[in-house]
Design a protein around this ligand. Structure first.
Ligand code: SF4
Length: 196
């Protein structure tokens, strides 16, 4: 694969890079897809139900935040950042915030890959609107909890660094080294990872 300035990195790849850089190689270089589990199918169904609820909802659940100005599922594209992603956005008290839904229960802490996913969305929305994005929300559908996440400038800079690393993996077709970690247990690429 050759280097092309026009190549855009989907935000979901940033999320996956944080989970494990090897996934970028498996999905983008080898073209493999994770094995679909019952959990993933359930997650997709929950997202669809939530999409239809969004059409009539006036509040972000549990937060009392008005979402009447929400723009659900808008595609943001930035050649400057090298990023593309579909983002749910709300405007509140003169500020803009980004929202991401997860078909899971609220964890003790917001997972790192979801924090950086929000930071990547924040960069896209900032560029498109010219307004700062300093906060995001993760809506956990299974427990119907909404958790606020502070999006720091450092997190945004780290996203830009990761975009470069992702591009290198793809362009150089370079498989990152195997490092055993707790995430391996729930990884959809485990079936191929140890064979390579
Ligand atoms: S099994 Fe572990 S090392 Fe392999 S891709 Fe998944 S998370 Fe990464």
């Amino acid at each position: 694969m050759s280097e092309d300035e026009g190549d855009l990195i989907p935000v979901v790849l940033v999320k996956q890079y944080v989970f494990c850089p090897r996934i970028v190689y498996f999905s983008e270089v080898l073209g493999l897809r994770e094995r679909e589990t019952d959990l993933m199918r359930e997650g997709e169904e929950m997202q669809q139900v939530e999409d239809s609820r969004d059409q009539r909802r006036k509040w972000l659940p549990g937060r009392g935040i008005e979402t009447k100005s929400a723009r659900h599922g808008k595609l943001y594209v930035s050649r400057e950042l090298g990023l593309v992603g579909v983002v749910d956005v709300i405007a509140e008290k003169g500020e803009v915030a980004v929202i991401e839904r997860k078909a899971a229960r609220r964890p003790r802490r917001v997972h790192r890959n979801h924090v950086y996913q929000l930071a990547a969305y924040a960069l896209l929305v900032e560029e498109a609107t010219g307004r700062p994005v300093r906060r995001g929300y993760v809506h956990y559908l299974k427990s119907n909890d909404v958790v606020e996440v502070t999006i720091t400038e450092e997190a945004k800079r780290h996203v830009l660094w990761m975009v470069q690393q992702i591009r290198r993996i793809i362009w150089e077709e370079r498989l990152p080294p195997y490092v055993e970690k707790p995430a391996c247990k729930s990884c959809g690429y485990r079936w191929i990872c140890k064979q390579i």
